[in-house]
Design a protein. Sequence first.
Lengths: 335, 269
Amino acid sequence: MALLDIRNLRVDLPVETGTLHAVRGIDLSVERGEMLCIVGESGCGKSMTSLAIMGLLPRRAQVRADSLTFDGIDLTAISERRRSDLRGARMAMMFQEPMTALNPAWTLGNQLIEALRRHRRVSKRQARERAVELLERVGITAAAERLSQYPHQLSGGLRQRVMIAMALMCGPDLIVADEPTTALDVTIQAQILRLIRELQQEMGTAVIFITHDLGVVARIADRVAVMYAGEVVESAPVEALYARPGHPYTRGLLECIPAPGRTAPGSRLQAIDGVVPSLVGELEGCAFRNRCPRAEPCCAQTPPFASLEAAHRARCHFAATVATVATDSREALCS
Amino acid sequence: MGRFIFRRTLVALGVALTVSIISFLLLHLSGDLATAIAGPDATAAEIARIRVQFGLDQPMIVQFYHWFTDVLQLDFGQSYYYQSSVLSLIADRLALLVAVIGQAMPSFWFGLALIILFAVQLQWLPAAGHEGWQSFILPAIALGYYATPAMMRLTRAGMLEVLESDYIRTARAKGLRTPTVIFKHALRNAIIPVVALAAVELGFMLGGSVVIESVFSLQGLGQLAWDSISRNDFPVVQAVVLIIALFYIALTLLSDILNAMLDPRLRVG
């Protein structure tokens, strides 16, 4: 059984003009020890999905799902108290903004230690040892001295390393990482990605990695879910997604990325024309059809989530045809 | 932290010195003191005698030096009016001031309303004077009444803002219980402007206490200052001004230090 199983998850937010359907019925599953990347542009519902999994959505958000099951526990049925017992202990989260995600008024040690002591009966000393051990593991030097420092005394990269250590304090089964490298310099970004991948493989933790960057996905994912306008439009093992993308949106995203050897010097960068449709009110048919180069009249009908091969599905009437054109984007992106 | 407190204290001492110079100068620049003390009917000989008696014939810098070195030894001189030491006059009233200052804000109207309701109508508490702790209840409420809402609003606004911040979400993501999130992670950050406001409010209460003391007929420090001004009793006025200013400085210093303890980012020289 999958560690996390999501069926028909919907997240609605009341807005002035009606109801914003931020997540419109998505299915996801994450196996133990797997790295699932959710990729999509701003506003596609990827962050809302991650917050819904953690139970951290703002109170005004309405969450519904046919199934939202974590290791056999029905998350929709348990109390907030039971939910908070899971958070930090069995499912942890890393956030995008390392500059603001740590409390400026408390030392790093205090914030690391409380993450463990909330869930485990350990002495302060033991919790401290665990914090030092994890800080060292995430590559922070002079870890013991760092415990008495405050967040503002650290660089962004170091803070993100602290956030990683904090998420690992209780040895969770699942980590939800919401764009943890987006706010960092490119060089630091690469280090942090490598670290997350290493730790994930070493500890056998499942990771849901949220990003808008297909270059990042190519390097770390086992499996990928591409989101567009609140839906998963394509889901595939990483090799298949880059080799034979089955949705025109995925293909468009891949073509937007300049790659050495593929993009001629001085040529214009590709872009997907048009804008994402409004998510306020109901959407009929394929949400991408107003921007899609191969849209046909039949796209006004909601397309099926077509199976292309084992574990590779795309929500497009023409998925089979789209997927026949092979690309070499993964090799290009990883080089 | 120790270094921060040391540097802040140095600054506070500098301000205190400046204030003492100003409080000295203010009075000496407001006219010829000897003439004022001697009164309208005094002869030139009498004025000259007073001038010598009070050392007013000496250069300003010498007068300041004498006054300041005396002040450092807590000797504020003699009251011209009471003919007793200023120190003992103030000491008597300082305790009263501290009692009243617990809460303060200038509203003689609110004070009168309290007297009418609780002293005249209900007869629960004394209307005036100071006989026992019951006498301080109404003045303290009258003083505190206006300071409280501003602090409440500031706390509320601060909490609303802080509760939206990323680190609160981080705290919740760790599974921390709501009271821990609110009191440990949110309140500590939200309370910082409130501490600064509290210091300012307490300072205002020093001024406000003059009104409240007169409403409740308390022989307090504010009343003493007021009476001494109208009697040209300069050593008393001078000492009261200095002491109130020192209270201000101490409150500001205290709020700086408290805030630096709350927020490590404020610990800069």
